[in-house]
Write a protein that binds this ligand. Structure first.
Ligand SMILES: NC(=O)c1ccc[n+]([C@@H]2O[C@H](COP(=O)([O-])OP(=O)(O)OC[C@H]3O[C@@H](n4cnc5c(N)ncnc54)[C@H](OP(=O)(O)O)[C@@H]3O)[C@@H](O)[C@H]2O)c1
Length: 216
């Protein structure tokens, strides 16, 4: 069995990754974590119970975690409330820290190695006026991924960081409602890219992998 655990699997990019993964092989299974199923990545205790119990009840030699759950709020620093700032950091980077820590601990206990794929954003690589909290939280995901990749190397756990540009999902519709959605990258492209990484990404860990349309 080849298993993946995906956070934020209820829609958008997470749902596309889950679909592509199951399409590729009848031995591929996914476990989805999203608020829709009352599983919130900002709750450490809940993530600990959920991921540990997954490892107790599933035998797998090939297991990957995809940290995809994310939120964004629009607004300048004068408009951004403390709560909006903290919510974005709690979901976008604290959630990645929690799930990565628990997942790698369980992989190490079972001596099975593993893969962690963090979905950051091109927003983490440059200025995003009007959504600085989101951009800063994604910059944190990028650096966390690079550091984690080196920390976990000796345990045979590979860490990848994917930075998509604009993707046609509800998040993008909220951010930029006037974009040209017809010609925008579809979530399936990211689904494919992530599954390819799991299968063939031997030499791509510990790097920042950008996938975007020209200028996107
Ligand atoms: N769309 C883009 O243009 C774009 C570009 C670059 C990077 N990204 C990144 O790609 C990832 C997916 O984005 P998307 O566009 O697919 O967004 P989306 O359609 O809004 O989906 C976000 C997903 O995250 C889940 N989620 C949010 N907060 C959560 C929490 N606290 N606990 C568990 N799940 C939570 C949502 O679950 P519920 O449905 O249950 O709320 C949903 O499944 C995000 O990290 C985003 O920052 C997106």
């Amino acid at each position: 069995m080849n298993n993946i655990i995906i956070t934020g699997s209820s829609q958008g990019i997470g749902a596309a990754i889950a679909k592509e993964w199951c399409k590729r092989d009848s031995n591929n299974f996914y476990y989805g974590i999203s608020r829709w199923g009352d599983l919130d990545v900002t709750n450490y205790q809940l993530m600990d119970e959920t991921i540990s119990s997954y490892f107790e009840n599933h035998q797998s030699k090939n297991i990957s975690l995809i940290n995809n759950a994310g939120i964004v709020s629009k607004g300048s620093i004068f408009e951004m409330t403390d709560k909006q700032w903290n919510d974005q950091f709690n979901t976008n980077i604290n959630g990645v820290f929690y799930c990565s820590k628990i997942f790698s601990r369980e992989c190490i206990k079972k001596s099975i190695g593993g893969k962690i794929i963090n979905i950051a954003s091109t927003a983490g690589l440059g200025a995003r006026p009007g959504r600085a909290a989101y951009a800063a939280s994604k910059a944190a995901v990028i650096n966390f991924s690079l550091s984690l990749s080196q920390e976990l190397r000796d345990y045979n756990i590979k860490v990848y960081c994917v930075c998509p540009g604009a993707v046609n999902t509800n998040m993008r519709k909220y951010l930029e409602p006037d974009d040209d959605f017809k010609n925008m990258m579809k979530p399936e492209i990211i689904g494919n890219f992530v599954c390819d990484l799991i299968y063939n990404g031997k030499y791509l860990d510990g790097q920042v992998l950008t996938i975007k349309q020209g200028g996107g």
